[in-house]
Ligand binder design. Structure first.
Ligand code: SAM
Ligand code: SF4
Length: 344
């Protein structure tokens, strides 16, 4: 036994010793798979996509559910993956998503989803019934006008209803992701923390990363973990919790009103603990959000490749993983694809 996720996730998932564990050249064992099910989205968040000009993948290049299931099953059964998160683009715009959830829920994994929440009120019951365990919803502002400016959609009330629906459907825990942008929404840090405390959901503040489709990222737009924590702590005293394998640094409210997290991807990256690999909607495996290379699993699958062929391609990807990204260094090169095209 590698271990049990039960105590961590409130789930019953266990994993057995992998025949071919995904160990990279720095000794990191990879057990966490992000699967992007589409590059498309019903929002146009300013920090993620331009209003126009995105080039969508042709439908025939997107993996079918059966292809996704085959790759995921191999990664779980042979390579020891025990956690799968569905993402995008916006995963809920992929037709019949609960069908894919059902296929993946049959595997012994902790299965979760990241969504903008706009249609979650409608789909949460079907996703939960299909076997989804938990959900992360993105919510960057509680002010309707600002929400619309940020997402370019008038959907705040639907997202808030989606969060409630996810809780009601038994998806647990529900976490809320907030990308913090200087002079855009950083004055809402305390309001969003309070919302999380009141609603019983864990807020996770994310440092803005250079993965925006428009290429507008600047270092001075990043609100650092230290600043974020300083503002929360002034209102609600905190103490740190163990970080574990998640990229979020976790903190407990001293008054017992739950916890809050920060993902300091820019100022305190968790690269040395990273156990993630990412499968894009068009079947490319990536060992890092910031990788400059894709490893083409779709061609292996569609050219009649065996499981051994697939495993070889997967291991080549993991074997090429670098020690960490170089956002803060002069040699940093932005990846060709943006966050929504890779799968955040
Ligand atoms: N559409 C879904 C959503 O928004 O939750 C899933 C995909 S989205 C790419 C996944 C997460 O990445 C979201 O929480 C989003 O806010 C975050 N994100 C997108 N672009 C980002 C950036 N440049 N820096 C930091 N986080 C970003
Ligand atoms: Fe769409 Fe998510 Fe990107 Fe916003 S962050 S544009 S919701 S993929």
């Amino acid at each position: 036994m590698i271990g049990s996720l039960g105590s961590l996730m409130g789930a019953t998932t266990t994993t057995t010793e992998a025949a071919r564990p995904l160990v990279d050249s720095f000794g990191r064992v990879h057990r966490d798979l992000r699967i992007s099910v589409t590059d498309r989205c019903n929002f146009r968040c300013t920090y993620c996509m331009p209003v126009e000009g995105m080039t969508w993948l042709p439908r025939e290049e997107v993996l079918t559910f059966e292809e996704v299931e085959r790759i995921a099953r191999l990664l779980v059964e042979r390579h020891g993956v025990n956690s799968i998160r569905l993402t995008g683009g916006e995963p809920t715009v992929r037709a019949h998503l609960p069908v894919l959830v059902g296929k993946l829920a049959a595997l012994p994994v902790d299965l979760s989803l990241t969504t903008n929440g706009a249609t979650l009120a409608a789909v949460a019951p079907d996703l939960a019934a299909a076997g989804l365990r938990r959900v992360n919803v993105s919510l960057d502002s509680l002010r309707p006008e600002r929400f619309e400016e940020l997402t370019r959609r008038d959907e705040l009330s639907n997202v808030l209803a989606g969060i409630e629906a996810a809780v009601a459907a038994g998806l647990s825990p529900v976490k809320v992701n907030v990308v913090v942008l200087r002079e855009v929404n950083d004055d809402e840090i305390v309001d969003l923390a309070r919302y999380g405390r009141d609603r019983g959901v864990t807020i996770r503040f994310i440092e803005f990363m250079p993965l925006d489709g428009g290429g507008a990222w600047r270092p001075d737009q990043v609100v650092t973990q230290a600043e974020i924590l300083g503002r929360i702590e002034a209102a609600f005293p905190l103490e740190p919790l163990a970080r574990g394998h998640a990229p979020a640094e976790r903190f407990r409210y001293l008054d017992g009103a739950g916890e809050v997290g920060v993902i300091p991807s820019v100022t305190r990256p968790f690269c040395d603990q990273c156990d993630r690999i990412r499968l894009t909607a068009d079947g490319q495996l990536r060992s890092c959000l910031f990788s400059l290379d894709d490893h083409d699993l779709r061609t292996v699958v569609r050219s009649g490749g065996s499981d051994d062929d697939l495993s070889d391609a997967i291991e080549a990807c993991v074997g090429s993983k670098w020690a960490g990204h170089a956002i803060n260094q002069v040699q940093f090169v932005r990846p060709r694809r943006s966050m929504s095209q890779i799968g955040g």
